[in-house]
Ligand binder design. Structure first.
Ligand SMILES: *[C@@H]1O[C@H](CO)[C@@H](O)[C@H](O)[C@H]1NC(C)=O
Ligand SMILES: *[C@@H]1O[C@H](CO)[C@@H](O)[C@H](O)[C@H]1NC(C)=O
Ligand SMILES: *[C@@H]1O[C@H](CO)[C@@H](O)[C@H](O)[C@H]1NC(C)=O
Ligand SMILES: *[C@@H]1O[C@H](CO)[C@@H](O)[C@H](O)[C@H]1NC(C)=O
Length: 288
C-alpha cells in the first residue's frame, strides 16, 4: 500500500515536472523571425548573425507565466561596438510587460555592458547596468530569469545580479497577468549602444555571430486568461511558488551585494537628476 502510494506520488511528480518543461531543444521551442537568410537554428543551437543587410531574431513558439527561463549565450567577439545582443521575455499589446537582458558590444578589449530593464503595463524606465566579471565572448555563459508571483531575479552564471519585487498591493504594477514569449535578437544599435553612440560598427569584421544554446523553460505554459490563477497557484507542480523562491537566501543576497558593489555601473533608482527628484515609487521599497 505504502509502496503503491509512493510509486503513484513519484509518477505524479514526474508528470507534473514534464508538463512544466517546454520542449528541450531550441529547434523545437523557437523559430527564426528575422534574418532567416543567414541565422541558423539546429538541435540545441541557435546562431544569430548580423551583417550590413540585416540582423536576425528568434522567438519561442509558446508563452509562459512564471518559472525559470534559461539560455546559454556566447556574445560577438572582437570589435562588437554598436552591436546589441538581446535576450528577453515580452508580452504584446500597448500595456505590455517585458523582462530584459541586453548586451551592448564594445571595441576590442573594452567591456560589454549588461543592460537590464523591466516594463510593467507598458512602462519601462527601470534600467540597471553592469560590467561582467568574465569575458562573455570566450565561452557560453548562463543567463537566466527566475520569475514568480513575489519576485523576478536576473541571474548570470547563477549569481543574482538584480531583483524586482512585487509591490502590487502598494500600487506598483507587477507582471503577473500576461503570458510572455522568449525572444533573442542581434542588431545594429550604433546610434546609442556603445559609449552612447560614439562608436560605430566596423563592418570590416562582418558577419557578426552570437551563439545561443540549451534554451530551457522550466515554466508555466501560458494558455490564456485561465493561466493567471493556474500558474500562480501554490502547489508542488508550480515549484516557483515554493517559499524558498519568494526571497533570496542570505548566501544569494551576499552574491547580489558583491555584484552591486563591484560590477554595477548604473541604477535608475540612484539617478535623481533624470527623475528630477521624483523617484519611481519602487525605489523607496525594500528592493531585495
Ligand atoms: C543556469 O542558472 C540557473 C539559475 O541559477 C540554474 O537554475 C540553472 O541550473 C543553470 N543552468 C545551467 C545549464 O547551468
Ligand atoms: C566600452 O568601453 C568604454 C571604455 O572602457 C566604457 O566607458 C563603456 O562603458 C564600454 N561599454 C559600452 C557599451 O559603451
Ligand atoms: C575596422 O577594422 C579594420 C580591420 O580590423 C581596421 O583595419 C580599420 O582601421 C577599422 N576601421 C575603423 C574606422 O576603426
Ligand atoms: C512610468 O514610470 C515612471 C518611473 O517609475 C513614472 O515616473 C511614470 O509616471 C510612469 N508612467 C506611467 C504612465 O505609469
Amino acid at each position: 500500500m505504502a509502496l503503491a502510494l509512493q510509486a503513484f506520488l513519484v509518477a505524479l511528480c514526474i508528470t507534473a515536472f514534464h508538463q512544466n518543461l517546454a520542449d528541450a531543444k531550441v529547434s523545437k521551442s523557437m523559430y527564426l523571425t528575422w534574418g532567416t537568410q543567414h541565422a541558423t537554428i539546429q538541435g540545441e543551437n541557435l546562431n544569430l548573425v548580423l551583417d550590413q543587410t540585416s540582423g536576425s531574431a528568434a522567438m519561442s513558439k509558446r508563452g509562459f507565466l512564471f518559472g525559470s527561463i534559461e539560455m546559454l549565450i556566447k556574445l560577438v567577439p572582437g570589435n562588437s561596438a554598436g552591436i546589441v545582443t538581446a535576450y528577453y521575455l515580452s508580452s504584446t499589446g500597448p500595456k505590455h510587460d517585458e523582462i530584459d537582458f541586453e548586451f551592448l558590444g564594445n571595441v576590442s578589449g573594452q567591456p560589454y555592458i549588461v543592460h537590464t530593464n523591466i516594463y510593467t503595463q507598458g512602462n519601462g524606465t527601470k534600467e540597471q547596468q553592469f560590467y561582467l566579471w568574465f569575458d562573455p565572448t570566450a565561452d557560453f555563459h548562463n543567463y537566466t530569469i527566475h520569475w514568480n508571483p513575489t519576485e523576478i531575479v536576473w541571474y548570470v552564471d547563477s549569481l543574482p545580479v538584480r531583483v524586482f519585487r512585487n509591490y502590487e498591493n502598494q500600487g506598483i504594477a507587477y507582471p503577473n497577468k500576461q503570458g510572455m514569449k522568449v525572444y533573442s535578437s542581434l542588431w545594429n544599435a550604433d546610434n546609442w549602444a556603445t559609449r552612447g553612440g560614439l562608436e560605430k560598427i566596423n563592418w570590416t569584421g562582418a558577419p557578426f555571430t552570437a551563439g545561443f544554446k540549451n534554451f530551457r523553460a522550466r515554466a508555466c505554459k501560458w494558455d490564456g486568461a485561465a493561466s493567471i490563477s493556474v500558474c500562480a497557484a501554490t502547489s508542488r507542480a508550480n515549484w516557483w511558488t515554493s517559499p524558498i523562491y519568494s526571497r533570496l537566501s542570505s548566501g544569494k543576497l551576499g552574491q547580489l551585494q558583491w555584484v552591486r558593489n563591484n560590477h554595477m555601473i548604473y541604477d535608475y533608482c540612484k539617478d535623481t537628476k533624470r527623475f528630477n527628484g521624483k523617484m519611481p515609487s519602487e525605489c523607496s521599497k525594500q528592493q531585495f
